[in-house]
Design a protein around this ligand. Structure first.
Ligand code: SF4
Length: 382
């Protein structure tokens, strides 16, 4: 007697003369692992530098530290002696070094992304999601060589899949020196440059040959918005230039067959409440000017932080009542008008799903198709 399984197997193994061939409709392949993006193996770019190229990178890094015009703030200070807007000198200040499991699945894998959270920043985003790290000099000082030794600990003890440099725009020369030092100690994993995109093209040139994966944010589009919320009116124009330079170096995001990203650009856009139209402009620009095959993460995890929703700094009279109790005279509950006096009230809420959805829809309409989506089966997705 045939089991149910073998009956089915037998039924399927007999070709039926009456079976009709129904052609499958052509479906565009959605996988991020189509052949152009699948690598057999990968050797980090810094492994390919010659001793002469390394020496040149070192001397350029020291020259930039002596006269720092490395980011668009163009302070021109000697960082061995004084500080610019970023408040950081010739050593780096690091808040946290650890395997991190809060990144995209293709970066964190099963063992984590070896993250280095730098203290300080060259932007002043009023909603900064890492406010306690980026807006304060909060951490421990390391020389570039000590920093490189930490990369080795992350690799050899932590077993991480990459070294992930978080908010590094203001410490690029030190990062260059640290990677070159770590190479001599035996570093073998790819380098991730996790940036706000407020980088100069000079910085990106200095990183050429050292960074494998660029992880840029593109935050807002309008100069009025970036002036108010990022304290940098030229943010979008700088971001456009630097993202194009990053893409020219490493191209589209590529993976090995284990689903881990090894080289390319992974672009993030954090959708801001009430600013979805700017998000749409950004994704359209990316599709038209960078690549329709760009790997994009449209993020929805915005929450009011840092200065957003804080009371105004008022010290007397009605302003003081509002600042202290958010009430109108007579202890009446504050009206909507009064509540608006909280700082940056227009972004003092979580982003709505329809706002996120409209940015994703605009991205698809523009021709983008490689999106970072949540993993369907826990683990990290291919
Ligand atoms: S990296 Fe720092 S010191 Fe150099 S230009 Fe930018 S803000 Fe100024």
């Amino acid at each position: 007697m045939l089991s149910l399984f073998s009956r089915r197997a037998a039924r399927h193994s007999i070709p039926s003369t009456r079976a009709k061939y129904i052609p499958r409709p052509a479906i565009r392949q959605k996988s991020a692992l189509s052949p152009p993006y699948l690598l057999d193996d990968y050797l980090p770019k810094y492994q390919l530098l010659t001793p002469v190229q390394e020496a040149k990178k070192r001397s350029e890094a020291y020259a930039h530290l002596s006269n720092c015009n490395l980011c668009p703030r163009l302070c021109g200070v000697n960082r061995f002696k004084s500080r610019g807007t970023c408040l950081i000198g010739s050593d780096v200040v690091v808040n946290t070094i650890a395997p991190h499991f809060g990144e995209e699945p293709c970066l964190q894998g099963h063992h984590g992304s070896g993250s280095v959270f730098f203290s300080g920043c060259n932007l002043r985003c009023v909603f900064c999601q890492n406010h306690d790290i980026a807006h304060q000099k909060n951490g421990f000082s390391l020389s570039p060589e000590e920093l490189g030794e930490w990369y080795l600990k992350l690799q050899d003890v932590g077993g991480v899949h990459n070294i992930n440099l978080v908010t590094p725009e203001h410490v690029v020369p030190q990062v260059v020196l640290s990677i070159l030092h770590a190479k001599t100690l035996g570093l073998r994993v790819p380098i991730v440059y996790n940036t706000s995109s407020f980088d100069s093209t000079t910085s990106i040139e200095l990183l050429d040959g050292l960074v494998d994966i660029y992880l840029p944010d593109f935050k807002v589009w309008n100069p009025t918005t970036s002036k108010r919320l990022l304290k940098a009116e030229d943010y979008a124009s700088v971001a456009m230039e630097s993202i194009r330079a990053m893409y020219a170096q490493v191209g589209d995001l590529c993976f090995t067959s284990d689903g881990l990203a090894k080289k390319g650009v992974l672009l993030r856009h954090l959708v801001m409440p009430g600013h979805e139209e700017e998000g749409k402009q950004i994704v359209r620009w990316l599709a038209e000017n960078v690549s329709k095959d760009l790997y994009v993460h449209v993020m929805e995890q915005y929450h009011p932080r840092a200065h957003v929703g804080q009371k105004r700094r008022m010290t007397s009279g009605r302003a003081k009542d509002v600042a202290e109790g958010t009430v109108e005279p007579g202890a009446q509950p504050a009206t909507d008008e009064v509540k608006k006096q909280l700082r940056y009230h227009e972004i003092n809420r979580a982003v709505r799903l329809d706002e996120v959805g409209s940015v994703k829809a605009a991205a698809e309409q523009a021709g983008l198709w490689r999106f970072c989506e949540p993993a369907e089966q826990a683990g990290f997705h291919l």
